[in-house]
Design a protein around this ligand. Structure first.
Ligand code: ADP
Ligand code: ZN
Ligand code: ZN
Length: 803
């Protein structure tokens, strides 16, 4: 018997054990491991999607087997590597394998199910007949039908008058276009050309094309356009058997504008050493992990590019990951400009169709350099020579939803699979990675100097408490304002960072202290002047700006906090002649607007770039000599043991935008906590010192990298249900884990209520817990049935977010 093991996708009934299905004879030739299939499931006529995990050619099975119903792919969508990666990932992240598989595929390939109602007999209730309106099959959406009709359908179904079917739509369609290849030889074409009427201009052009492009094929549309040939003449040529016409996959090109070619720079000694060391590992095929610790502006990107070049020279491919936020047009241009069409880009700016096309180009081997954000780690590259992770400390590398994987772990797995080095690059490595380098698990390579030995910018800290006494409510200190004016006079540019968006953080009543909160979430609403509304940044709730207090009725309402819009107005008032560009979520919503803003700033069309933390990373503008951080404290106040690390990272990154070329840079950091060690050490930009200080704090408080952590969360619309579930889970954990495991909670999450759901959590800190895996897998499986009732239990291994 030919049997197939199929991993099925049944929400709220997931399991990691594949089901066995019989392969029917008619599919026998086609079926392969890694293909998506349609299989019957349960005892009804339910049809679901699954993926073939294994095929057994002469299997044995007692009992009744269901047959595979159909296949969705002509070729496997997952190669053996990605299939086994999904298995490992499912264990590592306590997620179901099917959800890991779906995460790896481009979103358009996650087929949607559409139910259909099929009419079996005309002898059926009139209302149902009306529904069919003359046809025998209709799309069926229970949610959209009135209840009485649904009841009638249930009745009719019992009597077998109607049947429900599942239609699986495969919406991953490659775009196909017509292409032509010549069927006649050059000599034959020359012969035709001699005999053709002189006024058949179009046909002459076609023959000339065939003569000058022997053996080539061309898109029909392109032939018509580029050679100015009429479509009807092309048809005639096809009829004359000069051309063979066929369908060819066309890729939607996400980078239509041509990128200027750039060439390798002559490396300095530190860079050359880094490239040579890593390339040596590529050649020897060893899966060493390198931590490339280089100060901002030390030329890490050039090291990446030349390492990739070495890998390509050895006939291998390369995978480069960058945080979404640094996939700036500048970065894209550097990579595309160096490697041209060999590069595939995967990031959120692409439409799902464009992403699918890039994915196909990688799979077909047409692209051998892949650059992308988190999910690009699953790019179906073959024969990988090097994997690079830029800004490895960035928290966006960890996925927030199941499967809660960290890109770094997946990268290590793939590096191991391909026997290739992994390069983790950063100016401020995560403590976890830096600690591994200290222990010798990773190899540390340092780039301690900026290119051209330009010094790091000087950082000055401004105590805003003092400023408040002098200046009142202004967001700008006198020193910063003076410096801005000075740069404007010298025609140099300024980058200002504010760690928030919106016009003003919240609205408070000065009479009773009432703050307007989102009705769905435990979060204050943010004022947006452009839409003149109060918005919730979590659930999107929107309401008019209040003109009197909802609690006491007083009209003394005040705007508190700072937002980019408000700061822009204040700045314009204080420095009237400055040309200011604002960059935040609101001004970069439209496709390409991010790029246009940066281009304008790069062209010198503005003096000041004011933005949220999206401006902190990756930007390389030589004329920027002043950077200002308006409120360094925002990230310090978070209830998270990593808040100091994040603050230090952010300040170091944003300071790195200043003085990257010949002119030296200056940075002002405004803060209400001038004595905080993260702020003090970011002034010196001494990562190594910060690392040692922070490590000693982590050691004292039993946090990573000394301890592992797991976060378990329960959520429900009913607060007591979520809490009760967490206490139940706490009991299980206490029974199974050792005395050394430290349990924090159960407690309400810092944002107790979100989108109308209440969150309770437990954090476990542990060193060695042999039972941990088993225990968490039990929780994963056991609480799945609660999800049907709306109570969700989530497990987050090594969480980056503790709130
Ligand atoms: P990092 O990624 O470490 O912040 P970059 O790679 O962006 O640094 O380099 C900073 C600047 O120095 C860039 O403008 C880059 O083109 C330039 N650069 C890098 N390497 C060299 C080199 N070897 N010679 C000259 N300029 C270089
Ligand atoms: Zn909300
Ligand atoms: Zn009030």
């Amino acid at each position: 018997m030919r049997l197939a093991k199929v991993i099925v996708d049944v929400p709220t009934m997931q399991t990691n054990d594949p089901y066995t299905y019989l392969v029917p004879d008619e599919l026998s030739d086609k079926i392969q491991k890694g293909m998506r299939v349609i299989v019957p499931f349960g005892n009804g006529s339910r049809k679901i999607q699954g993926i073939i995990a294994d095929v057994d050619n002469d299997g044995e099975f007692d009992g009744k087997l269901k047959k595979i119903e159909g296949i969705l792919d002509l070729e496997p969508v997952l190669n053996p590597e990605l299939l086994s990666l999904s298995k490992w990932m499912s264990k590592k992240t306590y997620a179901f394998q099917i959800s890991c598989i779906l995460t790896m595929l481009p979103s358009v390939m996650r087929a949607k199910y559409q139910k259909q109602l099929v009419l079996n007999s005309d002898d059926v209730d009139d209302d149902i007949l009306k529904l069919f309106d003359g046809s025998t099959v209709i799309d069926f959406d229970v949610d959209k039908l009135p209840n009485d009709i649904v009841r009638k359908i249930i009745q009719a179904r019992k009597k077998r008058q109607v049947v429900i079917k599942y239609k699986v739509q495969d919406n991953a369609k490659a775009k196909k276009i017509y292409a032509l290849s010549s069927k006649i030889s050059t000599d034959e074409a020359k012969h035709e050309l001699e005999n053709i009427r002189k006024n058949s201009k179009n046909l002459i052009k076609i023959l000339q094309y065939i003569i000058s492009h022997p053996g080539e094929s061309i898109a029909q549309r392109k032939l018509a356009k580029d050679y100015d040939i009429s479509e009807s003449s092309i048809k005639t040529a096809i009829q004359k058997n000069w051309f063979k016409r066929f369908l060819q996959e066309e890729y939607r090109n996400p980078y239509k504008q041509t990128v200027k070619r750039n060439y390798p720079l002559k490396l300095n000694d530190d860079q050359a050493n880094a490239v040579n060391t890593i390339s040596d590992s590529i050649e020897k095929e060893n899966d060493q992990v390198y931590l490339l610790e280089g100060v901002t502006g030390s030329g890490k990107t050039e090291v990446y590019l030349q390492t990739i070049q070495r890998a390509l020279k050895m006939g291998k491919t390369a995978l480069m990951l960058v945080p979404e936020i640094s996939l700036t047009p500048q970065m894209v241009k550097r990579v595309k400009g160096r490697f041209g069409d060999r590069v595939a880009m995967l990031h959120s700016g692409l439409s799902s169709g464009e992403k699918y096309d890039e994915w196909r180009r990688i799979e077909n081997g047409e692209a051998d350099v892949v650059v992308g954000a988190r999910s690009a780690i699953f790019a179906p590259l073959d024969n990988i020579g090097v994997i690079i992770m830029d800004e490895e400390h960035e928290s966006s590398y960890k996925q927030d939803d199941a499967p809660r994987y960290h890109t770094r772990d997946v990268a290590k797995w793939r590096a191991n699979y391909h026997n290739c080095p992994l390069v983790l690059g950063s100016a401020t490595p995560s403590l976890e990675s830096r600690a591994r380098a200290t222990k010798g698990v990773y190899t540390l390579i340092r780039l301690p100097h900026r290119i051209n030995n330009q010094s790091l910018p000087e950082v000055r800290i401004i105590d805003m408490k003092e400023q408040m006494k002098e200046n009142g409510q202004e967001d700008f200190s006198n020193e910063l304002l003076a410096a801005i004016n000075n740069r404007l006079q010298k025609h140099e540019q300024v980058v200002l960072m504010l760690n928030r968006r919106g016009y003003s953080s919240f609205v408070m009543c000065r009479n009773c202290g009432f703050v307007l909160h989102c009705p769905n979430c435990d979060i204050s609403l943010t004022l947006h002047m452009d839409s003149r509304t109060m918005k919730c940044h979590y659930c999107g709730h929107e309401e008019p700006i209040p003109n009197k207090c909802r609690n006491c009725g007083s009209k003394k309402i005040r705007y508190y906090g700072t937002g980019t819009q408000k700061v822009q107005q204040q700045l314009q008032r204080l420095v009237p002649n400055a040309r200011i560009l604002r960059m935040d979520v609101d001004t970069t919503r439209r496709k390409g607007s991010h790029e246009r803003l940066l281009q304008r700033f790069g062209n010198g069309d503005a003096d000041i770039l004011l933005g949220t933390q999206m401006i902190a990373k990756g930007l390389d503008f030589p004329n920027v000599t002043l950077v200002g951080v308006l409120n360094a404290d925002t990230s310090l106040d978070l209830p998270d043991f990593r808040s100091s690390e994040r603050t230090f990272d952010l300040l170091t990154q944003v300071s790195g935008r200043a003085g990257r070329a010949e002119k030296s840079g200056l940075v002002y950091v405004q803060t209400f906590n001038p004595d905080n060690y993260a702020i003090q050490l970011s002034k010196k930009q001494d990562y190594e010192l910060f690392y040692r200080k922070e490590m000693s704090i982590r050691h004292e408080t039993n946090y990573p990298p000394y301890f592992f952590t797991v976060k378990i969360t329960a959520s429900d619309v009913n607060e007591s249900k979520a809490a009760a579930k967490m206490f139940e889970i706490a009991k299980i954990l206490k029974a199974k884990l050792s005395q050394q495991a430290i349990m924090l909670g159960p407690s309400p999450s810092s944002i107790l209520k979100l989108k109308n759901k209440y969150y309770y959590q437990i954090i476990i800190k542990y060193k060695h817990e042999p039972n941990m895996d088993e225990c968490l897998e039990y929780i994963l499986n056991h609480y799945q049935k609660d999800a049907q009732k709306g109570l969700y239990v989530n497990i987050d291994p090594d969480p980056l977010n503790f709130m």
